[in-house]
Write a protein that binds this ligand. Sequence first.
Ligand code: DX5
Ligand code: ZN
Length: 235
Amino acid sequence: MIELAASILSADFAHLGAEAQAAVEGGATALHVDIMDGHFVPNLTIGPSVVASLRRVSRVPLDCHLMIEHPDEFIPVFAEAGVDWISVHQEACTHLDRTLHLIASHGCKPGVVINPATPIHVLDEVLPLVHHVLVMSVNPGFGGQTFIHSALKKIGSLSKIREAHQLQFRIEVDGGVHHDTVASVVGAGGEILVAGSAVFEDGNPRENAKRLLKSALLAANGPGQEISTVANYER
Ligand code: DX5
Ligand code: ZN
């Protein structure tokens, strides 16, 4: 099932609720929330209080992407703020297995993220534990960067590993997902499409989300590649 997670990083933060709502009206079924600490990545974004405000005005799953050092210290507060999915970087976790269990123990769906330079084999032991694997197709930290094409091979390999081992995780792709790259992402096996600038640039998130999903739909032709524009509220 293919779906769009609109990344609010590129939204107008002065009108966050309205922008998020418009993206959902355009077909986004999750809101991707990028948390950056200025250490793990060279940028700062938002904390739990903004997330809690977003939670109050939106019912779709909040997909929290932690780009922070020491994520264990913040998992409880983001869970408390109302996020549904929490993903942590393999590169930021010394005890990744423990961190993924910590996320689950707070009632959230655990996800693991890998940077463009990280090979997928480092995830072998945790693939049975995660709800989603997030493949970064840019170096994390900023919106509006160019898609790194080597991510496509990783997406394809993950899809094969999942089939070979009968695993359940979903494949999420983040960075540079635009109208001109979405077809290759879907063709490779990307299922949760994170898009920030493609949705929020030039102030029309509703139409942008619709158009991006339309491009994804044109590329989706295999079994299991239906497009969802209805959010799954189950936590
Ligand atoms: C970047 C973030 C992304 C970002 C993607 O580190 O993780 O979620 O918002 O932005 P676009 O879609 O503009 O590449
Ligand atoms: Zn992200």
